[in-house]
Design a protein around this ligand. Sequence first.
Ligand SMILES: [Zn+2]
Length: 196
Amino acid sequence: MPFCDVCGQRLPVEGDCPECLRREEALIEEALNTEPPGDDHLTLQLEAEGLTPEQARAEIQDPRTLRLMLEFGGLENILNDRNATEGLRLGILARDPAILYGLYYYAKARKPKGKRGPKPDPQSGQYKWEQAMSLRAQGHTYGQVAMRMYDDPKQAKRAAALVSTGKAKAQPAKPRPAEAAQPMPARPPVTKPHPT
Ligand SMILES: [Zn+2]
């Protein structure tokens, strides 16, 4: 008498297990009908700044961008964007120092006691992303913003990331009704890097 290799159930005839086939079909059906969590709002923002879709994706998955977002924008914002989430996942798997630092910073800032996030600039009273946004709003290019903030026009990408962070702060990601009730399966663990 044949048995199923997978579920151990006795089979009427040698061959595929009807029970397991049905379960597999149901899983495939579910996978096809389940949207991955998050959307592309961060990537689309960068595309609106004039980047190609490929550039926008690369920018949003750049560990340095993600680190800035962890420091200034928060983990939730990353997890609400599919591409950023994937970049974070890859960064964690690669134990990228910028990502680990960002997560460490985020976890530390989250503690009820102690410092709450980055401090604003003592002179202007503005956070870096506020400075970047206000310079940008005055019509400066990212290179000019970078020149003003870092004395280095080559930091334009950094300035763009700050503005992107600021925009994300200004419009909190809207929860989608279908997902609101479910826990996010892609949520990576917030781990402290070892202090070695
Ligand atoms: Zn079976």
